[in-house]
Design a protein around this ligand. Structure first.
Ligand code: PMP
Length: 399
């Protein structure tokens, strides 16, 4: 028996999708032209499917800091901080992130995935409960599994269902509520204000993943907890450098005085190589530049509203009533339509994300459009125009 046989059904499902020339699972970005454009399949293409919300990938300060660190400190640290040593850059980055979040402690991880994996599995062990939204990111699910805690799911963003779940748990058990600020596929916001208050009533420790909300939500760009005025109800904030910060890496901040024990107890922190100096330096400058970025946040929101309004007026079925984030998701009737739509849109020179089951719940087939502060109004209008042309081409009825 080939142990890979168990994935045959996925291979068959993919093979049954009617892509003719390009497909989203094998597409190659051949040349990056800027934060918003690339060459794909020999064609100049508008990038509307990145998580580069604040357009930091070409930020001049971040680039210069990263280049300098690369030249002076080398390409990598070649090991774990616990065994092979912490660089002063790691400490400076942790101080920068802790200050940005106005928290006492910060731990930097090698990816955002590892931040969730590490924090959740270390906080919630065998006898504890983790209460999560059903639409949680895979790193949250994997963190629950690694820690061996009992996982309790509630319906997406459903406050009543969450409370009913909490009511049934033993009063004196260890409980960790994990929610995201913005959910990455639909781009909708969690009702953190209500959820966190209820969770605290039931004695939960709270962890909020602000991966998709950092940089542009709240006065300082700290995320949805800041936007909704409930940062005091969050015990642990997890985030990533791979989206608004424009590089790679993850972090957790907290005011818990016992926080540093995690540096020894958290396996996805201990047993992996630390971030390379160039990434550390680039991330630090990108986060610092959030506070200097003037109207970048406003421009991003302007783009999000323009795109949402344009697609809605054109008659597309959108997943949210208004733009809650730079992620605008367009609902399509089924996987076949989604396949045709995605490929035709690529031929029109617009790259978006095709999100279909199992990445989305059954029956949800999305063109996930995500935009950047650096997109011009003309580019946003082009995206809308090409969406409309694509709909006509494949015979998709608009409302
Ligand atoms: N949390 C959420 C909500 C995410 O969407 C992602 C990545 N898409 C992660 C964590 C993991 O972050 P990274 O890609 O930086 O590992």
């Amino acid at each position: 028996m080939d142990l890979l046989d168990k994935f045959d059904h996925i291979v068959q499902q993919r093979a049954s999708l009617p892509f003719e020339n390009i497909d989203p699972f094998t597409v190659v970005i051949e040349e990056i032209l800027s934060e918003t454009e690339a060459v794909i399949g020999g064609r100049k293409t508008i990038l509307a499917g990145t998580n580069n919300y604040m357009g930091m990938t070409f930020n001049e300060d971040a680039l210069n800091a990263a280049k300098h660190a690369l030249e002076t400190q080398g390409t990598g640290t070649t090991g774990s901080r616990v065994l092979n040593g912490t660089y002063s850059g790691h400490k400076n980055l942790e101080k920068t992130i802790a200050e940005f979040y106005d928290q006492a402690h910060c731990m930097v991880f090698s990816t955002g995935y590892q931040a969730n994996l590490g924090m959740i599995s270390t906080l919630a062990g065998k006898d504890d409960f983790v209460i999560i939204d059903a639409d949680s990111h895979a790193s949250i699910y994997d963190g629950c599994a690694l820690g061996n805690a009992s996982t309790v799911r509630f319906k997406h963003n459903n406050i009543d269902h969450m409370e009913r779940r909490l009511k049934r748990l033993p009063e004196d058990a260890g409980k960790l509520l994990v929610v995201e600020g913005i959910y990455s596929m639909i781009g909708d916001t969690a009702p953190l204000k209500e959820m966190l208050a209820i969770a605290k009533n039931y004695g939960c420790t709270t962890l909020v993943d602000e991966a998709h909300s950092m940089g542009y939500c709240g006065e300082h760009g700290r995320g949805i907890a800041e936007q909704q005025g409930v940062e005091h109800l969050v015990d642990y904030t997890v985030g990533t450098f791979s989206k608004s910060v424009g590089t790679v890496g993850g972090f957790c901040v907290s005011n818990n005085p016992k926080f540093d024990i995690l540096r020894y107890a958290c396996r996805p922190y201990v047993f992996t190589a630390s971030l390379p100096p160039s990434v550390i330096a680039g991330a630090m400058e990108a986060v610092r530049s959030f506070s200097r970025s003037g109207n970048r946040m406003a421009h991003l929101w302007g783009n999000a509203n323009r795109l949402h309004g344009g697609l809605k007026n054109a008659g597309f079925n959108l997943a949210t009533e208004s733009a809650e984030s730079p992620i605008i998701a367009v609902n399509l009737p089924d996987m076949m339509v989604a396949t045709h739509f995605w490929e035709q849109l690529m031929l029109e020179g617009v790259y978006v994300n095709m999100a279909v089951p199992p990445a989305t719940p059954v029956g949800i087939n999305l063109m996930r459009v995500s935009i950047c502060a650096q997109h011009t109004s003309e580019q946003i209008d082009q995206i809308i125009e090409r969406f409309i042309r694509t709909a006509k081409k494949i015979g998709l009825e608009l409302n």
